[in-house]
Design a binder for this molecule. Structure first.
Ligand SMILES: NC(=O)c1ccc[n+]([C@@H]2O[C@H](COP(=O)([O-])OP(=O)(O)OC[C@H]3O[C@@H](n4cnc5c(N)ncnc54)[C@H](OP(=O)(O)O)[C@@H]3O)[C@@H](O)[C@H]2O)c1
Length: 334
């Protein structure tokens, strides 16, 4: 069974990537992930490819464990091509086993914290440490080293699109700690965790599309954490692409300018949502998806999806960052 896994599929770019994957008829299922399940169900109705609606809050670490569990189950079942049952097309509930898998990762982190607090004393293994070892081996099982699927594995992730993400307009003192933390958590941590989880199920001919932004090309006051999170995504994607060379997996970071989606509405919901007065120009989501998918298929590392972001990419290489920030400082007030 070859699936397309798309996060942020309830809206904007993610939803367009799901429609694009549906139109290509290359996947037995589309796994659509977001929090708003009713939106995912609407998407499922309009697609001819079976859509598995997966309501997950990717800001919660447990969600990654649930996704890993779903993939492991699909892999173990070896459903064969086109296999979908009622349980898969219906919306998934969290499984307690999945929660257990993610708990073991949390346990491992806790063990490391405790060891760190103790100053990594290695001598004198006590009962606690023996118990910790068992948990550690479980945790190791839950996060095996990255590989690429063997031929015997009938479950395959043919396309991964990480489109779940958000930004918030505002200066440092307009933002709550929760806003900045959740932005980093979703845009960076969740994106990496999902990619890591999918890689063992990918094989030659697979596609990875990570949504960064033209904000990744320079530091942006008034969008400081968001721009930095997208610089992370772009850098991560390029390095991952290098690591995967020779494995036949197509990896692209997508760096568009503003896109007409719900992004700007969400970005304005802060104590100073007018920090960027008129986000302009705005690209069409469908065009961004088509262009970036083409760029990914010709195996190019970065898709800028338009002249303005392309110029921003070039400017980043030749104009010093302080000057770029002063130019942006003027533009965002217009
Ligand atoms: N629009 C732009 O101007 C622009 C420009 C450059 C880059 N981007 C990037 O493009 C990506 C897609 O954004 P968009 O423009 O399509 O915005 P959007 O329409 O607001 O879509 C964001 C998607 O992320 C999902 N999401 C948000 N928080 C989530 C969470 N905690 N767990 C799971 N899913 C979550 C949302 O679904 P639910 O709310 O249902 O969970 C939604 O499907 C983002 O990474 C964004 O940074 C956007």
């Amino acid at each position: 069974m070859r699936v397309a896994i798309i996060t942020g599929a309830s809206s904007g770019l993610g939803r367009e990537y799901a429609r694009y994957a549906d139109a290509r008829h290359e996947y037995d299922q589309i796994w659509a992930i977001a929090r708003r399940v009713e939106r995912l169900e609407e998407l499922a109705k309009e697609c001819s490819t079976p859509v598995r609606c997966i309501p997950l809050d990717l800001g919660a670490r447990e969600s990654i464990g649930e996704l890993v569990q779903m993939m492991d189950e699909a892999s173990a079942r070896g459903t064969g091509s086109g296999g979908t049952d009622a349980g898969e097309t219906a919306c998934d509930e969290a499984t307690s086993e999945a929660a257990g898998a993610s708990e073991s990762i949390v346990e491992l982190a806790q063990m490391m914290d405790e060891a760190s607090a103790r100053g990594f004393e290695t001598s004198g293994a006590d009962a606690d440490e023996t118990a910790c070892d068992e948990a550690a081996s479980e945790a190791a099982g839950a996060s095996e080293p990255i590989g690429v699927a063997e031929d015997g594995d009938t479950f395959e992730v043919g396309l991964l699109v990480n489109a779940a993400g958000f930004g918030k307009f505002g200066m440092y003192d307009d933002m709550t700690q929760e806003e900045v933390d959740s932005m980093i958590d979703l845009n960076c941590r969740a994106l990496v965790d999902i990619t890591q989880a999918c890689l063992p199920h990918m094989r030659k001919g697979g596609h990875i599309i990570e949504i960064a932004s033209s904000a990744s090309f320079q530091p942006l006051p008034g969008l400081n954490v968001y721009a930095a999170s997208k610089a992370f995504v772009r850098s991560y994607t390029r390095a991952l692409r290098f690591e995967l060379r020779g494995k036949g997996i197509y990896v692209t970071a997508v760096c568009p300018i503003w896109v007409k989606t719900e992004f700007i509405k969400v970005a304005r919901e802060t104590s100073n949502g007018q920090t960027v007065k008129h986000p302009w120009p705005q690209a069409n989501a469908r065009n961004v998806v088509r262009w970036s998918s083409f760029i990914n298929r010709i195996n190019y590392p970065v898709a800028t999806c338009g002249l303005v972001p392309f110029l921003m990419r070039v400017a980043d290489k030749i104009i010093p960052a302080p000057l770029i920030m002063w130019i942006w400082e003027g533009l965002r007030r217009i």
